[in-house]
Design a binder for this molecule. Structure first.
Ligand SMILES: *[C@@H]1O[C@H](CO)[C@@H](O)[C@H](O)[C@H]1NC(C)=O
Ligand SMILES: *[C@@H]1O[C@H](CO)[C@@H](O)[C@H](O)[C@H]1NC(C)=O
Ligand SMILES: [Zn+2]
Length: 503
């Protein structure tokens, strides 16, 4: 708060001065000063732009103004309807080229676009498919026809089925529908949070059989990093349950195998693409587990962190917060590291909730901070928690803002009304991420940057805002200081090239 005192004094003095001038029109110079002081508090308000940057900033502002006056303003529409408009947007095209730094909130199961899963993975030999009674789908790679299971009793070779159906593109499209939430009619298909979350969880189960096949997983990670780099993202922190992977003969690998594979693929990718910084994992388990299961997971995370210190960033809990178990419910498990005297950084999802003020789940943001969370996933509810907000700011605990996710999962419909608008105008520590790109039909970070920059930030958000958001993604990453420095140098080089290209 010490930081704010001088500002507060200045403002009060200015207001008194205004009051004295109140007999007539307030002094324009004083008005300018106040406005500049206010702008300086916003995200990026402290960034000084070079002449070339100022020119790009002016261009961006003009483009943004044009988009805001169009009949259909993308951030006001559901993303599934806005996507074709955004793809045409000159602001979006610039954002695609802009070096955006790091993606700090992405989940494994939705890292890679469904197009690749269907057009590449389901075309591989030995892929079996089965339709469940509730019209969901399961995949399994197996040398022999898989045995019937509780949820699936009729397995067939996917290639045979595809050949029999004949309409390959129609069939492939229907498979894609099982692996994404994307649809032309979001309001009709997902009338409520309950319905959209139900489909959300179904998609994860459907994709699992494809992704957790060991040879696929390697290609999947590699492809995921490729999609990020193509969108000018240079580093990833992936939330992953590190599911057990399986071979064609049914052999199952453990968690450490999955982590080692991730490490190997990342190293290969970085050696193939030296302008990519790397990737780490935040070990994540579902909040549907019991306290003792989460205890076991926390212990496992501590072990994995010891065995793979370069790769494991920390621990998180995933799954819908509303109707789910609160962080406080798991306090005996989450306090384990402190009791054992070890450090396990937390990266909690918290406050991914709307109007449930006062419930246990609504306390998740404060509890996340009590457990010393390093960042807050979403923090949509933070605006309603003044103390949590203050603590998060004071301790530099960044909010991971995922605008499209919040809209698709029905926390907000018109993104101009997203509560993060206030956080942005206050310069609250924040990064932008995509959460579940393949489920929402996005790739990389550009779509979410667009919504944050054009919709949530409004006309006030400028090139300084974008620059600070990109820099934040490296500053607030889990990387050790020397790698942050390396990342910042790499980013600056890309940024200079980006600015040069547009001047
Ligand atoms: C599938 O992806 C792999 C790895 O990215 C690639 O080597 C292979 O050629 C692709 N196959 C098809 C059919 O696209
Ligand atoms: C959080 O950090 C504080 C200060 O470092 C420490 O005293 C406390 O034990 C930590 N709490 C947990 C749950 O790790
Ligand atoms: Zn998430």
């Amino acid at each position: 708060m010490a930081v704010q005192t001088p500002r507060a004094l200045v403002s009060c003095a200015s207001l008194l001065w205004l009051a004295r001038a109140a007999g007539g029109i307030p002094f324009p110079a004083q008005r300018d000063l106040l406005m500049r002081q206010e702008v300086s508090r916003q995200m990026g308000g402290g960034v000084t732009l070079t002449a070339a940057e100022q020119k790009l900033d002016a261009d961006l502002r003009r483009l943004k103004e044009r988009e805001m006056s169009a009949a259909r303003f993308p951030p006001a529409l559901h993303f599934f309807k806005a996507r074709p408009l955004i793809q045409q947007s000159p602001v979006f095209k610039l954002l695609q080229k802009m070096p955006k730094g790091a993606a700090l909130h992405v989940h494994t199961s939705s890292l890679v676009g469904v197009e690749w899963l269907v057009k590449n993975v389901t075309y591989r030999p030995h892929c079996h498919i089965c339709f469940t009674w509730d019209n969901s789908v399961r995949f399994l790679f197996s040398e022999r026809r898989p045995f019937p299971r509780w949820d699936c009793f009729y397995w067939q070779l996917l290639g045979t089925l595809r050949a029999r159906i004949g309409d390959t593109s129609g069939f492939d499209n229907s498979l894609m529908q099982h692996l994404t939430l994307f649809t032309e009619d979001p309001d009709g298909e997902y009338p409520s949070q309950e319905v959209v979350w139900e489909k959300f969880e179904k998609v994860f189960i459907a994709a699992a059989g494809l992704i957790t096949h060991a040879p696929v997983l390697r290609d999947y990670f590699y492809r995921g990093l490729e999609e990020l780099l193509q969108d000018n993202v240079m580093y990833l922190e992936l939330r992953s349950g590190l599911s057990k992977t399986y071979e064609l003969d049914g052999t199952v690998h453990d968690t450490a195998w999955t982590l080692r594979t991730f490490q190997e693929v990342t190293r290969k990718f970085v050696s193939d693409h030296p302008d990519f910084l790397g990737a780490r994992v935040i070990f994540s388990v579902h909040r549907a587990l019991s306290v003792s299961e989460v205890k076991a997971a926390v212990k496992e995370a501590i072990q994995l962190q010891t065995d793979f210190p370069d790769v494991v960033a920390g621990f998180d809990m995933v799954g819908r917060e509303d109707g789910g178990r609160s962080l406080w419910f798991f306090r005996d498990a989450l306090s384990l590291p402190a009791e054992l005297g070890v450090t396990l950084p937390y990266f909690f999802h918290a406050g991914e909730t709307g109007d449930d003020d006062g419930t246990d789940v609504d306390q998740n943001v404060l509890d996340a901070l009590l457990f010393n969370t390093t960042r807050i996933g979403h923090g949509y509810a933070l605006a309603h928690h003044p103390l949590a907000k203050e603590l998060s700011r004071k301790r530099n605990v960044a909010v991971e803002l995922c605008p499209i996710s919040n809209q698709v999962l029905r926390l907000v419909s018109d993104l101009r009304n997203h509560p993060a608008a206030v956080l942005m105008s206050e310069g609250h520590p924040m990064v932008i991420s995509s959460d579940d790109p393949s489920l929402f039909g996005t790739t990389g970070l550009s779509y979410d940057f667009y919504e944050a920059f054009v919709g949530i930030g409004g006309l006030k958000a400028n090139l300084g805002t974008l620059k600070e958001l990109a820099l934040n993604s490296i500053r607030f990453s889990s990387l050790p200081p020397h790698l942050k420095d390396k990342g910042l140098v790499m980013w600056q080089k890309k940024w200079d090239a980006f600015i040069f290209h547009h001047s």
